[in-house]
Design a protein around this ligand. Structure first.
Ligand SMILES: O=C(O)CCC(=O)C(=O)O
Ligand SMILES: [Fe+2]
Length: 306
């Protein structure tokens, strides 16, 4: 306290969440099964009921309500024979948005705490993330800052048996995946020979941007979705970087100032879009042998294929 009574102690930031063992697991595997806080669990149950009603509607209605934009990055999108999904990146109107807003807020709180756990464990400042999370911890009201805000909430319907996602790592900071049934698999690296195992309950995945910023002190979580005879629903919240401000790598133990957007564009440009239609995925794969798998691809390559 100063003499005029004003508290000069900086706010303490999100409180620690994970145990040391959980942090080690997340850093080594790139994924972690996690118990959800009650409020988030409740918000997810409500949203998944509304998602059921949304997906029951005709495709034309769904597309009209949520016209696809930004390639596969916003709105309703169908991959014929495999899956359909609704990506929310902003919005105020409607029941679905209100429920999405609650899930977004609670999920972002959770993932922010986990990001801070990672930097704390590495001996870095928890505020290293602040500029990367600006305007991203709540569902944006509109798309006016949409070139900088890259986080998203996605509701998936995988069709019985054929609904899949090829193996990939996500491009952002951290992703939370909650599925209604088996299908999501993660790469278990604890054995001599890595193997695919079924995700048990909600999973947090490290994305390629977090891995890059943390200079490979955490691994990005390799995962895939395999077909399930009953089909599968999932809700995915991807906390991705806010692109407007440069990032000082010294906050993560590195050196120099980088253009956050350039860095993220490089990451997303290297990958092909696992949620695009089959022919687009194949074309993107062929276009460069160097492409690795991602949950988002070069924007131009997917425009016009929805
Ligand atoms: O549906 C899921 O649980 C995961 C989907 C996924 O990995 C993705 O879209 O990046
Ligand atoms: Fe993914």
């Amino acid at each position: 306290m100063t003499s005029n009574g004003v508290d000069t102690v900086p706010p303490s930031g999100p409180p620690p969440l994970l145990t040391a063992e959980q942090i080690r697991h997340l850093a080594f595997q790139g994924w972690l099964a996690i118990d959800l806080p009650h409020q988030l669990g409740n918000a997810l149950s409500t949203l998944s009921r509304s998602a059921d009603s949304f997906f029951e509607q005709d495709h034309a209605v769904k597309r009209k309500l949520y016209p696809p934009s930004r390639g596969t990055e916003c709105g309703f999108y169908q991959v014929p024979g495999e899956k359909e999904y609704l990506t929310l990146r902003h919005g105020i109107a409607g029941e679905l948005e209100e429920q999405a807003r609650q899930v977004w807020h609670e999920a972002a709180l959770l993932l922010h705490r986990i990001l801070c756990d990672l930097t704390r464990a590495g001996g870095y400042n928890i505020y290293a993330w602040s500029h990367l999370l600006e305007n991203s911890l709540d569902l944006p009201k509109d798309d006016s800052d949409g070139d900088n805000i890259t986080s998203l909430l996605r509701l998936f319907r995988y069709y019985p048996t054929a609904g899949v996602a090829e193996e990939h790592v996500d491009i952002g900071l951290l992703t939370l995946c909650i599925g209604s049934a088996k299908g999501l698999q993660v790469r278990d690296r604890s054995k001599d020979k890595p193997e695919w195992i079924d995700a048990q309950g909600p999973i947090v995945l490290v994305g390629d941007m977090a891995r890059t910023l943390m200079r490979n002190q955490v691994r990005a979580g390799l995962h895939r979705v395999v077909g399930n005879p009953q089909g599968r629903s999932s809700i995915v919240f991807a906390l991705r970087p806010y692109l407007k401000h440069p990032t000082n790598l010294s906050a993560f133990g590195g050196e120099g100032l980088i253009d956050t957007k350039e860095c993220f564009d490089k990451i997303r440009g290297r990958k092909f879009n696992i949620n695009a239609t089959k022919n687009v995925r194949e074309r993107q794969q062929k276009a460069s042998k160097k492409l690795t798998h991602s949950d988002s691809g070069p924007r131009e390559a997917v425009v016009g294929h929805g």
